[in-house]
Design a protein around this ligand. Structure first.
Ligand code: MTE
Length: 321
């Protein structure tokens, strides 16, 4: 695993927000009826219990893209995580992200757009535009979950910045702050975590910016306050706690592609026909099921082929894995 050390100057100035903006966000949250964030994180909660919790996001539109499959328990979604900024163990993020404060939050918009700038989170989150989207989630490690996200289409956000004709790709960057994300003290990944999509993938109606799950705000360990959800790609493409979105002419590099180009391609579409060099991708274990339930067949594009296969027509998906 290669190690790249980033210096202090990489910390975004957008992380420093003045009192006026902070007050504005508080007011915004109050108006939405959100109140203080419910600290459900770490609670040992079943689906039924999570559903009866006071819902922060009310009257959410139900998405036509939602699956009707059985939801994964809240406790599994929030207790079994990959978020290396809070440790490399599956149970680390739930414990070590407890103190993380994602409020206030801003996102820098850079590159090939007519309206670059540093925007506050509330500039994107329009209560009337939030939806519940129940998506299958397939990790490259061979496990899967079914997660009821709360979010809005990334396309709606992108349109606001008016990308130029040179914008062919979108790069996403996670917060880099060793004080707030203790896992970044270890050089297990080249920080900050980055990811990328082709412009048509970013604009696809399935691509979601998630700000919550199970009707409440996003728990810290799941990428608070805002993360990407691309349901036909492996889990690692779903970058968390985003502070920067950059529009580029050339394909950006992504964290996992940088450290293991033979194992993690730029596209990373869920594809049972293309094995990971060290294991098969033909099947998956559903988190929460007893071991005797066995493994399930993995579906190409994680079952979202109808909505996304056209974007890869004519491409050799073994080469562009
Ligand atoms: N984003 C950041 N910033 N850091 C990470 O370590 N892990 C990725 C992805 N996004 C990761 C990240 C991986 S490997 C997976 S499988 C998913 O987040 C896990 O999301 P979840 O913990 O909400 O299930």
């Amino acid at each position: 695993m290669s190690i790249i050390i980033k210096n202090k100057s990489d910390i975004l100035s957008s992380e420093i927000t003045d009192q006026k903006i902070y007050d504005g966000r508080r007011e915004f949250i109050k108006n939405m009826g959100l109140g203080t964030a419910a600290l459900l994180a770490g609670a040992n909660m079943s689906i039924a219990e999570a559903k009866t919790q006071a819902q922060k996001y009310k009257n959410l539109a139900k998405s036509q893209f939602s699956t009707t499959e059985k939801l994964t328990d809240f406790s599994d979604i929030t207790g079994y995580n990959n978020f290396y900024e809070f440790g490399t163990g599956k149970y680390d993020p739930a414990k070590r992200a407890k103190e993380f404060n994602p409020d206030p939050w801003s996102i820098a918009i850079e590159g090939e757009v007519e309206k670059p700038g540093v925007y506050n989170l509330e500039d994107f989150i329009k209560p009337y535009a939030l939806e519940e989207r129940i998506y299958r989630f397939r990790c490259v490690e061979g496990w899967s979950m079914v997660i009821p996200w709360v979010g809005f289409p990334l396309a709606d956000m992108i349109k606001q910045f008016k990308p130029t004709s040179k914008a062919k790709y979108v790069e996403f960057v996670t917060l880099y702050d060793k004080e707030r994300m203790p896992g970044q003290a270890l050089r297990v990944l080249p920080w900050p975590y980055t990811e990328g999509l082709r412009m048509d993938e970013a604009m696809n109606p399935l691509t979601l910016m998630a700000v919550g799950l199970y009707g409440n705000e996003l728990p810290n360990q799941n990428g608070a306050p805002i993360r990407l959800v691309v349901p036909w790609k492996y889990g690692f493409k779903n970058i968390k706690s985003i502070v920067k979105i950059r529009f580029t002419e050339h394909q950006p590099t992504s964290t996992w592609n940088k450290i293991g180009p033979k194992e993690y391609g730029f596209y990373s579409n869920v594809n049972p026909e293309v094995d990971h060099p060290r294991w098969s991708q033909k099947t998956e274990r559903k988190i929460g099921e007893p071991f005797w339930a066995g493994k399930h067949k993995t579906l190409k594009f994680n079952g979202y082929g109808e909505q996304v296969a056209h974007m890869y027509k004519g491409m050799d998906l073994k080469k562009f894995f």
